[in-house]
Design a protein around this ligand. Sequence first.
Ligand code: ADP
Ligand code: ADP
Length: 231
Amino acid sequence: MTELELRDLRKTYRSRGRPPVTAVRGLDLTLGSGELLGLLGPSGCGKSTTLRMIAGLETVTDGDILVAGRSVTAIPAQARNIGVAFENYALYPPLTVAENLAFGLRARRGGDRGEVARKVADMAARVDLTPLLDAHPATLSSGQKQRVCLARALIREPDVLLLDEPLSHLDAAQRDTTRRELKRIQRDLGHTTILVTHDQEEALSLADRIAVMRDGVIQQLGTPYEIYDSP
Ligand code: ADP
Ligand code: ADP
C-alpha cells in the first residue's frame, strides 16, 4: 500500500543577484495506492520542479512529502525508492544497457547475480530491449534511450514512479506499444505513478485522474472524462 501525499508543497528558487522564482506555491495532492495521475500544464508551470522534489533531486522550500504515510522530505534521494524516468536523466555511458539496468539493483540488494540477470532480462523483454542489452547508450536512438530509462526506473520495483514525458522520443508505433506496455505494467505491478505529459491521448488512456497545473498550483483535478469534457 503506497500512498503518496503532498502537503502544501512549495518551491522558491533563489540565486544570488537574481529575483527569486516561485515555481510551486502550495500543492496539496493525495494519490491512492496504485493510482496513476496525469500531470498536465503549460511549460514553466512547475511540473518538473514538483517531480524533482518528490524524487529528492531538489530541496523543498516548504511543505511535506509523504510516502505510505511517512515523511520523506528529509530523506536523501537514494534512500527513497522512487523510480524516475526524466528526459535528461542520464544513463551511464561506460555501461551497457544491461549494466545500466542492473546497476540500481546491485546497489540496493548487494546483488544476487542470478536474480539480477533474470530481472534485467524480464524487464528488457517487457520494453523491447532484448536485442540491445549489450549495446552502449551512445549507440542508441533517443527512443531506445528513453525505453532504457523507463526500464531502469521500473526494475527497482519502486514505491512511487515518476515519469516525465516518457514517450516523447518514440515514433507513433513505438509509442503505441510502449503505452500499452506501461498500462500492463501499471495493472500488474500497481505502482503509484505521476506521469507528466503533453499528449492528451496518453493522459486519457493511462491516467486514473488528471491534475492541470498553472503558475505553481493545481488548477483542475478530476477524471480524464471530467477534465476533457469540461468547457
Ligand atoms: P515545467 O516542468 O512545468 O515546465 P519547471 O518546474 O521546469 O516547469 O519550472 C517552473 C518554473 O521554475 C519556471 O519559471 C522555471 O524557469 C523555474 N525554474 C525551474 N528550474 C529552475 C532552477 N533550477 N533555477 C531557477 N528557476 C528554475
Ligand atoms: P522543463 O520545462 O522540461 O522542466 P526547462 O527547460 O524548464 O525544462 O529546464 C531544464 C533545466 O534547466 C532544468 O534542470 C531546470 O532546473 C533548469 N532551469 C529551468 N529554468 C531555469 C532558470 N530560470 N534558471 C536556472 N535554471 C533553470
